[in-house]
Write a new protein. Structure first.
Length: 94
């Protein structure tokens, strides 16, 4: 499972801009909000590439950062954040 930066920020209980600022301060993201060290951090973050056709200007290309499942605890450690407690498991309730 991968999360966008907005989804990751919500998971940590903060806004997307605050998460981006914290990640930039720790040199995890570059000026385009992409992983600064994509090879080093490839187990935790990845660049998602997309494209679409615009009828007036032609092909458009985009890149965005995705946080991998293993990146959640890694990011919490890097940014010194507390991980939210997991939800209660009610499957065994009678």
């Amino acid at each position: 499972m991968e999360r966008t930066l907005a989804q990751t920020a919500r998971y940590f209980g903060m806004s997307r801009p605050k998460l981006i600022k914290l990640m930039c301060d720790k040199q995890l993201l570059d000026e385009r909000n992409l992983p600064r060290f994509p090879t080093r951090d490839r187990e935790y973050l990845r660049i998602k590439e997309g494209n679409w056709f615009h009828p007036e200007v032609g092909m458009q290309y985009s890149q965005s950062t995705r946080v991998k499942q293993a990146g959640i605890s890694w990011l919490a450690q890097q940014l010194q954040l507390d991980l939210p407690s997991p939800p209660e498991d009610h499957r065994h309730a009678a």
